[in-house]
Design a protein around this ligand. Structure first.
Ligand SMILES: CC(C)(COP(=O)(O)OP(=O)(O)OC[C@H]1O[C@@H](n2cnc3c(N)ncnc32)[C@H](O)[C@@H]1OP(=O)(O)O)[C@@H](O)C(=O)NCCC(=O)NCCS
Length: 398
């Protein structure tokens, strides 16, 4: 279906708000905050029969760490269609319609948290990572012991900027972590620390810097308990500090028997905790990624510096035709390159390539799921060996 689309202007903001309000159940009181977070020229709209905004997609720009390098990311946030226009292809149209602009801006990958995997898979997105909300018994944290003594103090508003800097230093080691603006940070750590509990470990050699931090707030609990501990984030520069901070987070178990944590399916927290598996998963979703500019994305991320090889690909991409065709993928010394040519040994859609690029699934797993075809076992093994070895982690829901 050919849907006329255009980028929004400030005059469309009320119409866009209406689409998002009906899509996500927003209240009138939220309007100003929503509108403040929108950039009109990053919203693509479709106009309905009555001249109203019938559908809209909006992009939030981030940078996302992959292989120790920052990759420009266009985050779809959000996408919605007025109820009376749903089921006619508008959701797909306002999503795919953004791709040429993203490419021009150098946003070589895009991502989103899907309400419908099918919708976004049909326009080239594929799974990239998990986002799991768990309720872990506080008692499990009491088993944590740091090897070396770690001094933890209560954080104050004067530590907030140092916490931001600590995150920026540590994020590069986590594939999938995104850079945060001050506005984005405020959702996780309010600058005035209202209703927020901050604990920090001072940096041993850099005055004014923190070495690790734990942020949590008190949430609801079922009677007779008073509250639950809702973790916003725990980060530390070494394992002793990490263990000590998690122990503090779990230390309120006499009143707060549960610690609520958001993390990936294979959270490294499970490499620390000593308990068996009494983990309650409250919700589990998966975020998705799509390569907007395949050669740009291959060149932008860092790769395993010890893996090198070459594989011929035949990529299908109906919605970003500049990616469609035969490519030779070459990785060497941590650098990646995709150049036109080759004999198309591995046949895959842009979604499968995006998924492999992210590290979420190996080429072998994608072949098993029917997302990739390859008659040459050596080429399949090479592509499997070149990919990242574990899925990326993203805890910033956008
Ligand atoms: C999700 C939403 C954007 C879809 O818009 P739409 O215009 O109806 O979507 P399309 O017509 O382009 O549908 C394309 C595909 O998406 C999938 N899809 C659409 N609505 C779906 C739903 N409610 N549940 C599951 N899959 C859905 C289907 O696979 C569909 O393909 P099909 O028509 O061949 O079956 C719309 O229902 C909406 O605004 N919902 C509320 C807000 C929301 O959830 N936004 C998405 C946030 S990520």
């Amino acid at each position: 279906m050919d849907v006329p689309l255009r980028f929004a202007t400030a005059d469309d903001l009320d119409g866009i708000w209406d689409v998002f309000r009906l899509g996500f159940g927003g209240k009138e009181a939220d309007r100003a905050e929503w509108n403040d977070g929108l950039e009109a020229d990053r919203a693509l709209v479709s106009i309905g029969d009555q001249g109203e905004v019938a559908a809209a997609s909006h992009i939030r720009r981030f940078d996302q760490w992959f292989g120790g390098r920052l990759v420009p990311l266009a985050g779809f946030s959000p996408v919605a269609v007025l109820p009376q226009y749903r089921g006619r292809g508008l959701g797909k149209a306002v999503t795919a319609g953004q791709y040429p602009d993203l490419r021009e801006r150098g946003e070589v990958i895009s991502g989103l948290f899907p309400a419908s995997v099918e919708l976004y898979r049909s326009v080239g997105f594929e799974l990239a990572g998990s986002y799991v909300q768990r309720r872990i018994p506080a008692a499990l944290f009491s088993t944590l012991r740091a090897g070396e003594p770690v001094s933890i103090r209560r954080g104050t508003v004067d530590d907030v900027a140092a916490v931001h800097r600590c995150y920026e230093r540590l994020a590069s080691r986590t594939d999938g972590a995104v850079t945060r603006t001050p506005g984005w940070w405020a959702r996780r750590l309010r600058p005035d620390l209202a209703d927020t509990n901050l604990f920090v470990v001072d940096h041993p050699s850099e005055p004014g810097e923190v070495y690790g931090y734990a942020i949590y707030r008190h949430g609801k609990a079922a009677p007779p308990y008073d509250y639950s501990v809702v973790v916003a984030e725990v980060q530390a520069s070494d394992a002793d500090a990490l263990r000590a901070l998690w122990r503090v987070v779990g230390s309120s178990g006499s009143q707060a028997p549960h610690v609520e944590v958001i993390g990936p399916a294979d959270d490294i927290l499970f490499l620390l905790l000593g308990g068996a598996d009494p983990v309650a998963v409250r919700s589990e979703i998966r975020w998705m990624v799509r390569l907007i500019d395949a050669p740009g994305a291959v060149a932008a991320r860092g790769w395993n510096p010890t893996a090198s090889g070459r594989v011929h690909l035949a990529v299908r991409d109906e919605h970003a035709p500049w990616n469609d065709g035969r490519w030779i993928l070459e990785l060497e010394a941590g650098e990646g390159r995709l150049r036109p040519g080759g004999d198309g040994t591995v046949e895959l859609g842009i979604g499968a390539l995006s998924c492999w690029w992210s590290g979420y699934a190996s080429a072998q797993a994608l072949a098993m799921a029917g997302h990739l075809r390859c008659a040459d076992p050596t080429a399949l093994a090479t592509l499997t060996g070149l990919g990242a070895s574990s899925p990326p982690t993203l805890v910033d829901f956008y």
